[in-house]
Design a protein around this ligand. Structure first.
Ligand SMILES: [Zn+2]
Length: 159
């Protein structure tokens, strides 16, 4: 039997996989100098699903890869930390809403002094349940952190 929590977890994992694919594409597009699939060192499984020169050019278009990330979330919001009355409020945390309803998934994170994301994590929620941090069990934290931060850094948070 599939419970609501299972469904929410699956949704969080699906969102993470989608983020990972977009980040991998962007990082690959930035680093690859190949002119066709034969000279591109892309993972075979992925390359198989993306055959043809047209898709090669599209996949390697850096602007396109960046735009795919920027158009992905439903909303991007910030909030400030505690600030004394004589200081101006500045963004110190962010929330990127990826999908909503039951289940909903979002990225939460913190900004450094230059308004760049420095820490990020995924949370999921189903109707009537609190937001819960998503911990994927199949990869180490460093990889997940790198992927989430690379995604979040494609957004402008101020400064
Ligand atoms: Zn390539």
């Amino acid at each position: 039997m599939t419970t609501d929590i299972d469904r929410a977890l699956e949704q969080a994992q699906a969102q993470y996989e989608s983020i990972k694919a977009m980040v991998e594409r962007l990082e690959h597009a930035r680093g690859c100098n190949a002119e066709d699939w034969d000279n591109c060192n892309l993972d075979e499984r992925l390359a198989d699903g993306l055959a043809g020169l047209d898709t090669f050019i599209e996949y390697h278009d850096e602007d396109d890869a960046q735009q795919a990330i920027q158009e992905d979330p439903l909303s991007v919001e910030v909030r400030s930390g505690w600030t004394t009355l004589d200081y101006t409020l500045e963004a110190s945390e962010f929330q990127i809403l990826l999908c909503t309803g039951g289940p909903a998934v979002r990225i939460m994170g913190e900004l450094d002094d230059d308004f760049e994301p420095c820490r990020a994590w995924l949370e999921f929620q189903d109707w009537g349940t609190p937001w819960t941090q998503y911990i994927g069990s199949y990869m180490d934290d460093a990889t997940k952190q790198h992927t989430l931060l690379a995604y979040c850094r494609e957004f402008y948070f101020g400064g």
